[in-house]
Write a protein that binds this ligand. Structure first.
Ligand code: CDP
Ligand code: CDP
Length: 229
């Protein structure tokens, strides 16, 4: 029976995926998996070790030996690399500006996608990222493609930073647009909407409305399955 389903949430930077996915998971008592945090953690590690994205052989070797763990916690999910908690470092502007360069590499994608699939085997998972509905969990029962205008997404990030970083709204908008272009144009599992996903434009929706829209789709799916029995 299909009492527990998998939920895939994809979309560009700042659309509200992680905020909403965490809340949906909590409402359904599901596990939340933030795949972006995994790409960010790998990027932070490569930068610290001085391994450039063009050093393909070293990237491949490093990915073979890395131990990556996700630990769901009250303050969101923590990421460990080789038993070191790297969570405090992964949201920096430096990681944000480099992450797409590492996320396009085959050894990085293969390893992280495999880990992500393993995490979803028991179902009851809400996973957000760029390629979840298309590549990681093509059989997810509910797929959402979440978007918002680039201006709105930059504004959300700007408010989130609250003046803590020296960056203008214009620069933030440029950075986000550039990262989206890189994510959409890479060869392996680019950011794109799965044909069977539900398109949710959140430009003028608040967080509560978005959560409600997704939770009700999940409940409708589960109820529909039950009625077929
Ligand atoms: O939170 P934000 O939208 O800024 O980004 P994120 O979800 O933390 O993802 C950071 C980056 O990781 C993205 O820009 C992609 O380059 C990469 N990523 C990916 O390639 N595939 C995923 N499933 C998730 C993230
Ligand atoms: O994960 P992703 O990059 O898609 O976005 P996020 O980090 O969840 O959301 C970016 C910011 O937008 C957060 O500060 C959210 O609180 C905010 N947000 C919002 O203001 N309205 C929404 N409908 C969704 C998110």
């Amino acid at each position: 029976t299909q009492d527990r389903i998998n939920v895939a949430i994809d979309g560009p930077a700042g659309a509200g995926k992680s905020t909403v996915a965490r809340m949906v998971a909590s409402r359904l008592s599901y596990i939340y998996v933030d795949t972006g945090a995994m790409y960010r953690a790998v990027t932070w590690y490569m930068l610290r070790e001085g391994i450039g994205p063009d050093d393909h052989e070293l990237v491949r070797q490093t990915m073979r030996n890395l131990v990556i763990e996700l630990v769901p916690g009250a303050e969101g999910q923590q990421v460990y690399i080789n038993s070191e908690d790297v969570t405090p470092h992964i949201r920096s502007l430096q990681v944000s500006s480099q992450v797409s360069q590492y996320a396009k590499l085959e050894p990085v994608r293969t390893r992280l996608s495999q880990l992500q699939r393993e995490m979803a085997l028991g179902r009851g998972v809400v996973m957000d990222g760029r390629d979840i509905g298309t590549t990681v969990l093509p059989d997810a029962e509910v797929k959402i493609f979440m978007t918002a205008s680039v201006e709105e997404r930059a504004l959300r990030r700007f408010k989130e930073l609250g003046g803590k970083e020296q960056i203008s709204l214009e620069q933030l908008e440029n950075d986000i647009a550039k990262r989206d272009r890189l994510d959409e144009s890479r060869e392996i599992s680019p950011l794109r909407r799965a044909e069977d996903s539900f398109l949710l434009d959140t430009t003028s929706m608040d967080i509560g409305q978005v959560v409600e829209a997704i939770v009700s789709r999940c409940r409708a799916y589960v109820d529909g399955e039950r009625n077929h029995l």
